[in-house]
Design a protein around this ligand. Sequence first.
Ligand code: 3H9
Length: 701
Amino acid sequence: MTNAQEMVHPDLVSQSRDGEVLILTINNPPVNAFSPGVPEGLKAGLDAAAADDGVKAVVLIGGGRTFVAGADIKTFGRPREEAPDLRGTIEKLDGFSKPTVAAIHGTALGGGLELAMGCNYRVAVKDAQVGLPEVKLGVLPGAGGTQRLPRVVGAQKALEMMLSGNPIKATEAQKLGLIDEIVDGDLLAGAVAFARSHADARPLPRISERDVEGGTPEVFAAAREGIKKTHRGQLSPSLIIDLAEMAATKPFQEGWDAEAGKFLEAMNSPQSRGLRHIFFAEREAGKIPGITKETPTTEIKSAGIIGAGTMGGGIAMNFLNAGIPVTIVETQQEALDRGLGVIRKNYENTAKKGRISMDDVEKRMSMLTPTLDMADLKDADIIIEAVFENMDVKKDIFKKLDGIAKQGAILASNTSTLDVNEIASVTSRPEQVIGLHFFSPANVMKLLEIVRADKTSDSVLATSMALAKKIKKVGVVVGVCDGFVGNRMVHRYGDEARKMVEEGANVQDVDAAMNALGLPMGPFQMSDMAGLDIGYAIRQHQAKERGEPKPDGWLDRIVERGRKGQKTAAGIYDYGEDRKPKPNAEMTQLIADYRAEKGITPREITQDEATKRLTYSLVNEGAKILEEGIAQRAGDIDVIYIYGYGFPAYRGGPMQYADEQGLQNVVADLKQYGQTPAPLLQKLADEGGTFGGWDKAKGQG
Ligand code: 3H9
């Protein structure tokens, strides 16, 4: 900036001059959210510009790394009078008498893009991104976005952007007319030059005065049809479509007024509370007490993976996708070839869908080194063992690795249930050992449970968290126990599901209860997919350990008929080509016979009962996990369930769902259905507390 004079405003917006252009800089790190103070600062700036004849144009720009990333989500749900006046600021901009230019770098999201659309012009650097992601928070663009975006980019594109919530690049936005000019070089200098050259342009272009292109009834009907698949059960997408239709069919003011009411309706919904909870919980999960920015980390430049089966192959793909070379080890050439074949086929399928090119396929495959010799892992920065769940086998591998791996290498196990302390104990460097529990299919599922063993060093933990980010996983730190967080809870859930069937429920009805809650799969659909033999083996093993008789439940009997789930095209359900579960009359009879044999008179179980028993069995175990310190916060458990088990994000995860229901009600229901509430759950219910409140009281969350 040349000859600019600083006139710092006491608020979060500073004013400065560059000749006849007044520059308003928003300084609210880290992302310039529209917090209290920002509207006051902007309005004061506009007043100053209006009062000064020397000012011919105004530039709005963000200080630091970005333009405005949206309304301040932390202020959502507060009383109206405390909410920062984004709408009032935009109204003031829209009616302003001198040209206004938004200068965009980083991201202009949600309220940030709405603010920019309230200006007469928008300029941006090439790598900036703009979008309306409100739907991801269960709300809708509530400061004119639903009315202005269709007026700029047309009904179809606006619906696509608002319903997906995904941002677009500035270069695409320019093609759509959303950005007027791409600035090469210094953004502020470019924006000031643009403002100067448009200082005398009249009439001033105002998006609110434009018409919507392509707003036919068919476009809105198709959008309504589309969200049945993409946003089943959600409120805000349908409100967005209604409002976009108003933009196309009603005067601007009418749509603008309606939007304010619909925004509040969405913001005050449990769905939005759930999605906002997950937004913050996901970021919170990355924070581990004792681990700071100063904790040393090592850069992972190469990985070794032991086991080229489904898990090992999927894990390898994560590294290859992130450009990290992988050496993959198997014991037999045939298994190695098969594993490599599966990885190649997966990539080729992705290429067929147009998501990567064939060149990418070859590039990724070329970074993968197959070997039968574990000694080839000697230079790897991290080695992940992904063989089957057997303690002796794993210990043997770690003993060997201890002799092979270089100093400083991370030795990780992908175990889903076994004691990582015991695995670490066979090495001379337990501080380098950690659990990295990927979820199947490992190249798709976003969750990574990072299992901190007793002796795992801070540096190994911090490096693993950074690695999770690099390979695009959501890492959540958990402690050692049988099944860690996710599987330990899911075992209780499975027990409850089987019990309900024993009492009289149909397997389809139990699954349907969870489908209605928004989970893509109910407990039995999920077990069929994971393979019934796994749970069967665990039940048999546990009974043996405890000296109990051999388990002989209805599900054990199904497995003993060779029905292992989807992999044998038959499990609790039958599976045809389409892989859709179909009830099997013989299995229904098997269950009926089982009840008769045990003298159980089947009773009807309502969907409400099934939903409560299943979700609260998760919650109850979750409360125990929290109390034991296996998970750091309730929010971490929710993140695990959203990203690892398909719990719908708009329900906020099981712990947030329980908070929404009221913990006293949860406790009463658990008791009614014969379960004993965990002490922490009982305590919070007695005190009128919540899991979220408990997180906050601990200073986490
Ligand atoms: C909206 O605008 C409604 C309007 O239409 C109508 C209103 C009437 N508010 O993600 P990061 C915090 S809805 C408050 O780690 P990155 C975040 O919690 C909003 N805080 O960084 C974190 O805090 P901490 C529409 C926010 O570089 C820190 O900033 N906008 C907000 O990976 C850094 O965040 C959105 O939905 C916020 N709006 O990604 C955008 N945003 O350090 C939401 C972030 O304490 N934000 N924080 O953990 C994002 O998508 C990403 O944060 C962004 C940066 C891409 C901007």
